[in-house]
Design a protein around this ligand. Structure first.
Ligand SMILES: [Cu+2]
Length: 156
């Protein structure tokens, strides 16, 4: 079989690139222990979630100097709690899950935008530097009264 010189080079180049890619991937995975973020998944059983810590007592608790943990349950068609009050400058660590279907958790005017997925716990943090009333909306269509699904965060 006759192969053109450029074809041979192209074949060598392609195979070398593949070998380098697999070498980099293999080194990162097995030698350096790099894993996708999904490795730190935090799961719960959605059927018993309301009986177990911390979702048996959703709400706000102080965990530090002007730092809070907000445990929030999303369900059709609302959030528990549906209102939290915070002092200005409070850092809030949100812990969120859903008891039924997929919901959204978007704090309007901020970059906080999470999904509430049954069986999965989502985390994020946000510092409320500006006083005001923050509206939280569900932005994953979840049923007939989806547009009524909301909560408020009052910062003063
Ligand atoms: Cu919803």
């Amino acid at each position: 079989m006759h192969m053109h010189r450029l074809e041979k080079w192209w074949l060598v180049f392609g195979i070398s690139m593949l070998a380098i890619f697999l070498l980099v991937l293999g080194t990162a995975t097995f030698a350096m222990g790099v894993t996708p973020p999904g490795e730190h998944r935090h799961t719960v059983n959605p059927e018993t979630v309301t009986q177990n810590e911390p979702f048996d007592k959703p709400g706000l608790r102080q965990v530090g100097d002007n730092e809070y943990e907000a445990v929030i349950l999303a369900f059709v068609f609302g959030y528990s709690p549906d209102r939290i009050e915070l002092p200005v400058g409070a850092k809030v660590n949100f812990v969120l899950t859903s008891t039924d279907v997929v919901h959204g958790f978007h704090i309007i005017g901020t970059n906080v935008n999470m999904m509430a997925v049954p069986g999965e716990v989502n985390h994020t943090s946000y510092t409320f530097k500006e006083p005001g009333e923050y509206l939280v909306l569900c932005n994953e269509y979840c049923g007939a009264a989806h547009e009524q699904m909301q909560m408020r965060i009052i910062v003063k």
